[in-house]
Design a protein around this ligand. Structure first.
Ligand code: NAP
Length: 344
């Protein structure tokens, strides 16, 4: 199996921060994963395209960057079944499907990252989530060296969350994702930006609009390094929301099924006066305050310090605690935000 020692990860993360990786492995088959599972000593971290990862220290743990490719499509009377290997690029898969008349993923166009990363945080955009179409995920477990198939319900999908971020965190690798896309298709035009489209629009047209919207607001990591939304949209109780609404009459909000209320993290950051804010070579994007950008820093810690500052400002103004969506990786492996904030 291909592996490299003492590797700089600067080109392997879309924040473009510098860190040295002691050893990086590129397993290209389940057989190679089996070999790796026998020689692996913790800590390690599984890396996709590095578009949702922040390397915090100047050293990383051992990295595993799978190189598993291939797309298979089958169908029955009512559905298409799309099985894509983990290292396929997500956006390319969306384009491949929509170009071939397989509709449903168009609202998820241009989300950066690999197919294997998609179930981990249950990627979502414009009212569609991966969990709407995911029927199973193949999972290689390191401790037993076995390949398992998890049904969608076993994946425990919720808002930007899944079992892969919880009980199965860093214990294996997603090797393949199978999607089930109904042939009977209806566009999802519920979000602002798409709701002006006519209901007889095609999936290709929706995809084009989503791409236009994203490109108009979100910085291209090749030009300004970033990892998309840095924080999750906070979900608060009805009581907390009522109180906020008294003080901030124009606060955007979205009622959830469980009577909780979703707030827009980008709006909170903007209202705290931080849109466009810059410090230590990093900053808050000037078009979309939810995106933190790296202008010219080499250090993940600069992003952490900025995120801490934003969290404190938003908490002071609104009493709402923002939580990162981006995964934090220290020298010792993946860490939690609280551990990083509390223990440096
Ligand atoms: P926006 O229109 O400025 O809205 C701000 C937030 O409000 C969004 O994050 C979205 O939450 C929520 N929202 C808007 N309309 C909603 C509706 N009709 N029902 C429920 N919630 C609604 O959002 P934006 O920043 O341009 O993003 C548009 C979409 O792209 C969002 O779905 C966003 O999640 C997605 N996006 C994802 C990333 C990423 O890195 N994961 C980056 C950029 C954009 P939700 O995020 O829960 O949908």
């Amino acid at each position: 199996m291909k592996s490299v020692s003492n590797y700089s990860v600067r080109t392997l993360n879309t924040f473009s921060v510098e860190a040295n990786c002691p050893e990086i492995y590129y397993p290209a088959s389940v057989d190679e994963l089996k070999v790796l599972s026998q020689q692996l000593s913790k800590p390690f971290y599984v890396l996709g395209e590095g578009s949702n990862t922040l390397f915090v220290d100047s050293q990383t743990p051992v990295l595993i960057k799978p190189n598993l490719t291939g797309i298979e499509i089958s169908e029955d009377d009512e559905h298409y079944y799309v099985s894509a290997a983990a290292s396929e690029n997500w956006h390319q898969l969306v384009c491949h499907c929509v170009d071939n008349g397989i509709n449903g993923l168009e609202n998820l166009a241009l989300i950066p990252g690999s197919v294997g990363a998609a179930p981990v945080q249950n990627i979502g955009a414009y009212g569609t989530e991966l969990s709407d179409y995911c029927c199973s995920v193949n999972w290689f477990e390191f401790s037993s060296g076995t390949l398992q198939s998890l049904s969608a319900s076993q994946c425990q999908f919720s808002y930007r969350n899944s079992i892969f971020k919880q009980a199965l965190k860093n214990s294996g690798i997603i090797t393949k994702v199978t999607l089930c896309l109904p042939k009977k298709w209806q566009p999802n035009l519920s979000y602002h930006g798409l709701n002006q489209l006519s209901t007889d629009v095609t999936a290709k047209h929706v995809m084009k609009e989503v791409m236009k919207l994203r490109r108009s607001k979100l910085p291209d990591p090749d030009q300004i390094p970033n990892a998309g939304s840095f924080f999750k949209n906070p979900i608060v109780s009805q009581a907390q929301f009522e109180k906020l609404k008294e003080d901030f009459n124009d606060i955007p909000y979205y009622l959830q099924n469980d009577r909780k209320v979703k707030l827009a993290a980008g709006w909170l950051i903007e209202q705290a006066g931080l849109k466009g804010y810059r410090t230590q070579g990093v900053g808050v994007h000037d078009k979309q305050a939810l995106v933190l950008v790296n202008y010219n820093s080499k250090h993940g810690r600069d992003i952490i310090n900025l995120a801490k500052y934003i969290q404190a400002c938003v908490y002071e103004k609104f009493g709402v605690s923002l939580q990162p969506e981006v995964r934090m990786v220290t020298q010792l492996g993946e860490s939690t935000w609280d551990a990083i904030v509390n223990h440096g």
